[in-house]
Design a protein around this ligand. Structure first.
Ligand code: CNA
Length: 253
């Protein structure tokens, strides 16, 4: 099926749906200038291994993590929602759809774009927790330290190592966000998978929870291991597909 046929089918799915559940990943934000992990220009090309995001590794050598996270943190701070984030928020704000976003992203860009219900499955970068006393601080309070790439400490109090409130490999997902995402997938009459390689579990298991007959649309530049289960697959960019689908949907409303 060529691109315009697939786009037409996507618009039909959108038109027929009311409760849309979205699983988004790092590919949603590459067009905002934030690198993803696994594509050809992703972070894993420069980071020596996934270990940096492993909780055991963080506890042993937080300096390795902070060295890597500094440029990512700066790009997240400066990033603005792109046309893909905006199209998704317009689905609810302008087209009256109920959209629930379960995101693996830690950048807060869905919320900045205006999406109302966003479950952060892997936490967020905007706060940090002290590993000694449990105190929480906003990222803005340690902004200079985060940018420097040095280990960020809880000063002037206990001097414990601060850990961003993101979920590391080896940590549990926030229970509330995960269970709300499960409910959203089960209730949905359309599921969208946007910009994720679907390599990280349990988030990648969410689309499989949709009811039988609920269409699944995947928009991801490269193949995923769930493409064969999808009703429609786009290997084009989100900044192209989502605004074009939204424009057609609005013109036919
Ligand atoms: P991933 O494994 O890096 O996969 C991203 C996918 O997006 C790849 O398959 C790309 O082909 C695809 N992609 C990249 N750009 C586009 C685009 N413009 N349009 C369509 N598809 C595109 O990332 P996942 O999200 O699957 O992995 C989960 C990790 C990544 C989570 O733990 C996140 O916290 C983590 N992460 C988040 C961010 C962020 O918050 N922006 C950035 C980097 C990593």
């Amino acid at each position: 099926m060529d691109y315009s046929e697939r786009l037409g089918r996507f618009v039909k799915f959108l038109k027929a749906s009311q409760r849309i559940a979205v699983l988004s990943g790092a590919g949603m934000s590459t067009e905002s200038g934030i690198p993803d992990f696994r594509s050809s220009s992703g972070l894993y090309k420069t980071v020596t291994s996934e270990e940096v995001f492993d909780i055991g590794c963080f506890r042993r050598s937080p300096e390795k993590f902070y060295d890597v996270i500094a440029p990512l943190y700066v790009s997240m701070l400066e990033a603005k929602p792109n046309s893909g984030h905006k199209a998704l928020s317009e689905l609810e704000l302008d087209c009256g759809k109920d959209v629930i976003v379960a995101t693996q992203n830690i950048d807060g860009l869905h919320q900045k774009a205006g999406s109302k219900v966003v479950h952060e499955l892997h936490g967020g970068m905007l706060s940090l927790t002290c590993q000694s006393c449990g105190g929480q601080v906003p990222a803005s309070a340690v902004d200079a330290d985060l940018r420097s790439g040095k280990v960020v400490r809880h000063r002037p109090t206990c001097n414990g190592v601060l850990k961003p409130d993101i979920v590391f490999f080896g940590e549990m997902l926030p229970e509330g966000a995960f269970s709300a995402s499960i409910s959203a997938m089960k209730r949905a009459d359309l599921v969208l998978v946007l910009g994720t390689s679907l390599a990280v579990y349990p988030a990648a298991s969410l689309p499989g929870l949709r009811r039988g007959g609920t269409p699944l649309v995947i928009v991801n530049k490269t193949e995923t291991n769930q493409d064969d289960n999808a009703d429609l697959v786009f290997h084009e960019s989100l900044g192209e597909v989502l605004p074009q689908a939204l424009k057609q949907l609005k013109s036919g409303l």
